[in-house]
Design a protein around this ligand. Structure first.
Ligand SMILES: C[S@@+](CC[C@H](N)C(=O)[O-])C[C@H]1O[C@@H](n2cnc3c(N)ncnc32)[C@H](O)[C@@H]1O
Length: 195
C-alpha cells in the first residue's frame, strides 16, 4: 500500500480507486485522505477475474468499510468497468487515483490513458502490483513506457507519478510492445515530501 505517499497527498480532495473489491485499500485511502469525493470504480461482477464469488456481498463489504471509516457521504459508487466510468468523472478533477483493476497489460495502459486527463495538475496517479512477480510483465511495461523516469516506486508493490503540467501523455499503442520480453526496471523510490 501507499502509506509512504499518502502522507504527502493533500487531504480533503477528490480521490478515485479503480478496482475496489472488498474495499480494504479504499478504507485506508479514505482514512488518510478524508476526501470530499471518492469515486469507487469496480463492476463487482467477476467479469475480469473469472472467479465465482457473491459479488453483491463483496460490494457490500466495501460499502460497510467505507461507512465504518466515516466516508459514506463522500463515496460515489460506480459499479461498472473503468472504461465505462470515465464519463462520470470530469477532466482535471482528481487529486489522487489508485489503479488496481484489470491487471492485463493493455487494460493497465488504457486506464492510464483514460484517467490521466482526469487528474489535476499537482495530482498523483498511482497503482498496485508494481514489479511483483505475478504480474511484472503486465503492469510495469505500460507504466514505464508511459512515464519513464518520472515513475517512483512506493513501498514494495506500488508505483506513482505526479502530474506536473497539463500535458497529454503520448505512448505507442500497446500492440507495438506489450508482448516483448521485459527488462527489469528499477524505479527510484519515492522520497518523503517529493509529491
Ligand atoms: C485486486 S482486486 C482490488 C483490490 C483492492 N484495490 C484492494 O487492495 O483492496 C481487483 C478488482 O478489480 C476489479 N476490476 C477488474 N477489472 C476491472 C475494470 N475493468 N474496471 C474496474 N475494476 C475492475 C475486480 O472486480 C476486482 O474487484
Amino acid at each position: 500500500m501507499l502509506y509512504a505517499a499518502l502522507g504527502s497527498i493533500r487531504t480533503g480532495g477528490v480521490i478515485c480507486e479503480i478496482g475496489v473489491h472488498k474495499g480494504q485499500n479504499a478504507e485506508v485511502m479514505a482514512r488518510h485522505l478524508r476526501p470530499v469525493l471518492f469515486y469507487l470504480i469496480d463492476p463487482w461482477d467477476g467479469s475480469c477475474l473469472r472467479r465465482t464469488l457473491d459479488w453483491d456481498a463483496v460490494m457490500a463489504q466495501a460499502r460497510k468499510r467505507l461507512y465504518d471509516v466515516g466516508a459514506a457521504d463522500a463515496c460515489m459508487w460506480l459499479r461498472k468497468r473503468s472504461d465505462v466510468a470515465t464519463g462520470d468523472i470530469p477532466e482535471r478533477s482528481i487529486d489522487f487515483i489508485y489503479i488496481d483493476g484489470d491487471h492485463h497489460c493493455e487494460a493497465v495502459w488504457k486506464d492510464i490513458q483514460a484517467y490521466w486527463p482526469k487528474v489535476r495538475v499537482g495530482g498523483v496517479m498511482a497503482g498496485h502490483e508494481w514489479d511483483t512477480c505475478r504480474v511484472t510483465n503486465c503492469v510495469t511495461p505500460p507504466v514505464v513506457r508511459t512515464f519513464g523516469d518520472a515513475v517512483r516506486a512506493v513501498g514494495s508493490d506500488s508505483w506513482c507519478v505526479v502530474k506536473r503540467e497539463d500535458t497529454a501523455i503520448v505512448t505507442e499503442p500497446p500492440d507495438a510492445w506489450h508482448r516483448k520480453p521485459y527488462r527489469r526496471w528499477v524505479a527510484k523510490p519515492l522520497t518523503f515530501g517529493e509529491l
